[in-house]
Write a protein that binds this ligand. Sequence first.
Ligand SMILES: [Zn+2]
Length: 69
Amino acid sequence: MAGLIRRGRPAAEVMGVLAAEATKWEKVFAQTKRNDPCPCGSGRKFKACHGKPDARPPLRPAPGLGLKP
Ligand SMILES: [Zn+2]
């Protein structure tokens, strides 16, 4: 985090982007059935990947949810 601040990215902006992505992932996961492939692209079933209760959303942009990229 300190490194990002030194490179000129305000910490609040970085946290806002991560929070927005996490919210998007939560919506994607909420629509995913347990036996579907995990939307994170791991190739595992959702129940064996991000469908686990302790899983965290991956830190990359979520699929579009019908929105244009
Ligand atoms: Zn996953």
